[in-house]
Write a protein that binds this ligand. Structure first.
Ligand code: ADP
Length: 316
């Protein structure tokens, strides 16, 4: 606007000077050559009219520039700020969800301590039981804070991750070893039918992803079932399938299971407090980080199939 107004003033001054010069030249001409035919009389009204017209045009031009540039700035500022606003909203939601999840177990721990402290007949045996239960709760809290930290890391806008060429089979074997003790408790067999592929990925995060999917498959399967891990290559994409014979996921829950803190009703009622509904959102972030995708199909009562698709090579 400053540039436009300055320009307009300059234009107005220049044209005004030009008009004055024209009038003066005409006057001078008639004084110097009185014998010649006098020039036509100068119409001062016309000159003032020209000036007014010029001023009005400049005002209209500036007004239009003001409206167009103002509207455009407003639109562009909104567009530029939207991702920042979304990020701040997301952060706020994250903080409030996390505080809520942390508060619940802390409150139950606090009340258990307070109630037992007030009991005059509270004996050593009961105290030991309370300590054991509290350690379980603290372990869960620790796992929650670890998962929250991991999620927060993925939310950083310029989170750097190192990719290297790794053996998919090795990563799957490593993940299976981590969940083997859990499978053993429920007598669940883990069938590894993964082919040997070299894949460009972050070994730590990929192990984390497979452990989450295997851990869920075990957690949501009854005893004596089977979990099958298979792989397939289509063009330059590797598909890794995790098929279980567990409780399955209802149609109503399927669209939400990757949401933060979402737990299906079956998970809440049948498995007690195991899990915070963060595993699959972390899994999805890892897959996105590797420019892949994750899909699920499930039949309640029969089992679920999670398919991870990963590009064999990470494009720069
Ligand atoms: P959680 O800590 O509750 O396991 P997740 O984010 O890993 O959290 O999973 C979200 C929800 O998706 C679970 O609460 C469960 O209802 C459902 N789910 C995930 N994996 C399976 C599976 N293999 N079989 C059945 N339900 C599953």
């Amino acid at each position: 606007m400053f540039i436009s107004i300055s320009f307009s003033l300059v234009i107005f001054r220049l044209i005004n000077t030009e008009i004055i010069r024209f009038v003066q030249t005409q006057n001078l001409r008639s004084q110097l050559r009185p014998q010649m035919l006098p020039p036509p009389p100068i119409d001062l009204d016309l000159i003032n009219e020209v000036r007014r017209h010029l001023a009005n045009s400049l005002l209209v031009i500036n007004g239009t520039i003001f409206l167009v540039s103002g509207g455009l700035s407003y639109f562009l500022a909104g567009k530029t700020l939207k991702p920042i606003k979304d990020m701040v909203d997301e952060q706020n939601q994250f903080v409030s969800d996390s505080s809520h999840e942390l508060r619940t177990p802390l409150t139950s721990l606090k009340s258990a301590f307070e109630v037992n402290l007030r009991d005059p007949e509270f004996n050593l045996k009961q105290a030991k039981t309370l300590i054991h239960e509290s350690i379980d709760e603290v372990n869960k809290l620790q796992s929650l804070s670890d998962q929250l930290l991991l999620l927060a890391q993925f939310q950083k806008p310029n989170h750097y991750v190192n990719f290297e060429s790794i053996s998919l089979r090795k990563i799957i074997l490593k993940s299976i070893n981590q969940v083997k003790p859990l499978a053993k408790v429920k007598n669940i067999s883990l069938k590894n039918k993964i082919h040997e592929y070299q894949i460009e990925a972050n070994p730590y995060n990929l192990t984390e992803l497979f452990v989450i999917l295997l851990d869920n498959a075990i957690k949501y399967s009854p005893k004596n079932k089977k979990i099958e891990i298979t792989s397939q290559k289509i063009d330059h994409t590797i598909l890794i399938n995790f098929r279980d014979q567990g409780v399955g996921i209802s149609k109503k829950d399927l669209p939400h299971i990757f949401d933060r803190f979402y737990r299906a009703d079956t998970a809440r009622s049948k498995q007690g407090k195991n899990g915070f509904g963060l595993g699959l959102s972390i899994a999805q972030k890892i897959v996105q980080q590797h420019k892949g995708s994750i899909n699920v199909t499930s039949i309640p009562g029969e089992g679920s199939l999670f398919t991870v698709k990963l590009p064999q090579k990470q494009l720069p």
